[in-house]
Write a protein that binds this ligand. Structure first.
Ligand SMILES: [Zn+2]
Length: 243
């Protein structure tokens, strides 16, 4: 009896030993994973922002947030340089080429906007129809894929549109039909050419267009002075960041 008990004990010890060896082997081969949290690592990427004037020199710009002529009456950009992601800049250049052939052109009111400026604008006007909520989608202009534009004639004069830029009233909505016939026509003309070259019109602002798949581009917070110095990389603002 004692002999049997010793054999069973030896068997048990050997089995446990075997199980331990198997688990150790599985751990080494990656079959068993230890649940340690994987922390996101933010690393710098190429931002691919380009000066619009370098891609399409004939596009005019009146960058309102680089002046005090805007709804918060502050220059929040510092430098009046209009940047876009190179994909959006190329698409906008195609729009300009088509308009040029018709004796028209584009005037830019806003393009790339650093994330910290998005927060400033949101705090001034926390209405998701007019300003992207930085706590939700981290902004649209912040990705360099969004542009606020209007049409100009050969002499650079803006064509009549339903409202002024940044008119936060229903008159700026795309489906508002209280505009004069020529205003409605220009709005539709701008919309058609922008859609043709890959932009999506925003329903509440006739001037605002997002490049298709804008949400897949990283959110950036590079200042205009850094861009002017030629900084080519940046750490994107994390989607879950509370920054
Ligand atoms: Zn806009």
């Amino acid at each position: 009896m004692r002999l049997w008990w010793r054999k069973i004990k030896t068997l048990k010890v050997n089995s446990m030993h075997t199980v331990k060896i198997i688990f150790f082997a599985m751990f080494l081969t990656g079959c068993v994973r230890i649940n340690t949290p994987v922390l996101p690592v933010s690393s710098a990427i190429e931002h691919h922002l380009v000066l619009i004037s370098s891609v399409s020199p004939s596009i005019h710009a009146d960058l309102r947030y680089a002046t005090t002529h805007n709804f918060i009456h502050r220059n929040v950009y510092g430098i009046a340089d209009a940047y876009l992601h190179e994909d959006a800049a190329r698409a906008l250049a195609a729009v300009q080429t088509e308009l040029h052939a018709q004796g028209l052109g584009l005037l830019i009111y806003d393009a790339y906007r650093p994330f910290h400026v998005q927060e400033i604008l949101w705090n001034a006007l926390p209405d998701e129809r007019y300003v992207s909520n930085p706590a939700k989608n981290r902004g649209r202009h912040t990705r360099g894929t969004t542009v606020d534009v209007t049409l100009i004639g050969v002499d650079g004069t803006p064509l009549p549109m339903p409202t002024e830029f940044d008119d936060f009233t229903p008159k700026a909505f795309r489906d508002d039909m209280s505009c004069l016939p020529e205003q409605c026509t220009h709005r539709a003309q701008l919309e058609a050419v922008m859609i043709k070259h890959g932009f999506v019109p925003y329903p509440f602002e006739w001037w605002h267009f997002d490049l298709n798949h804008w949400e897949k581009y990283p959110v950036l917070d590079i200042g205009f002075s850094e861009l002017a110095r030629g900084v080519a990389t940046a750490v994107p603002v994390a989607e879950n960041s509370k920054k």
